[in-house]
Design a protein around this ligand. Structure first.
Ligand code: SAH
Length: 218
């Protein structure tokens, strides 16, 4: 008899074939990915299990997308999050990345411009019982002063340049991962704030993200 595919098998296959095989080695990141069912974050994901576990970005409504799993894993690995990190995410979208951050960091603050997406993400995050993740509606290009500074900042939308408020809100020795470009043809950058307030910017890989809106976006 044919066995119905379950999400755990599909997720395991995704992780083996597209995450580990493509060079992601951070065990904490891989473990976190095994624990968060991606289909929950995709509209009609329950009915489209196969699609949810392909290594592709997918539409989540409001012209936005959930990022490609490999890219999510790559960004989280480069962020080098520790259990005591306080993290800020710009672009909650579906809430998938924020949920992974919730397993990796101590406190997570994530901000989204589209209120409907923020609310949907918040619901899923609550259902997953991730109590250390807080969702905000607003322009994340302005940062989130209330809880600053942050040890780690991750943007999942592309900005024309590194928004000043984000640089200010990054802790000493903090790391920020952010796509810079016009949106769609971008360069993923790693920004490190050294103890003497020296800023180091490293080009990682080409990537394609939706544009960051707002004051320091497009
Ligand atoms: N991290 C998301 C991917 C989201 S796509 C996930 O795991 O699903 C990028 C998101 O950034 C979109 O939802 C978009 O609405 C949001 N966005 C764009 N500009 C923004 C801004 N200035 N502040 C906060 N969110 C923004």
């Amino acid at each position: 008899m044919e066995r119905k595919e379950n999400w755990r098998d599909l997720l395991d296959r995704l992780i083996e074939q597209h995450i580990v095989k493509e060079g992601i080695s951070d065990k904490r990141v891989i473990e976190a990915m095994r624990k968060i069912p991606r289909h929950l974050f995709i509209p009609n994901g329950e009915k489209n299990l196969r699609l949810a576990y392909q290594d592709r970005p997918l539409p989540i409504g409001y012209g936005q997308t959930i990022s490609q799993p490999y890219m999510v894993a790559y960004m989280l690995q480069e962020l080098n999050i520790t259990k005591d990190s306080r993290a800020l995410e710009i672009g909650t979208g579906s809430g998938y990345n924020a949920s992974l951050l919730g397993l990796l960091a101590k406190e997570v603050y994530t901000i989204e411009t589209v209120p409907e997406l923020a609310r949907r993400a918040e619901r899923i995050i609550k259902a997953l019982n991730l109590k250390n993740v807080k969702v905000f509606v607003g322009d994340g290009s302005l940062g989130l002063e209330q809880y600053a500074p942050y040890d780690r900042i991750i943007a999942t939308c592309a900005a024309p340049s590194i928004p000043d408020p984000l640089l200010k809100e990054l802790s000493e020795d903090g790391i920020m991962i952010i796509p810079i470009g016009h949106g769609y043809f971008d360069m993923l950058k790693k920004v490190v704030k050294h103890s003497n307030d020296d800023i180091e910017v490293i080009d990682l890989i080409p990537c394609s993200f939706v544009p960051m809106k707002g004051k320091f976006g497009y």
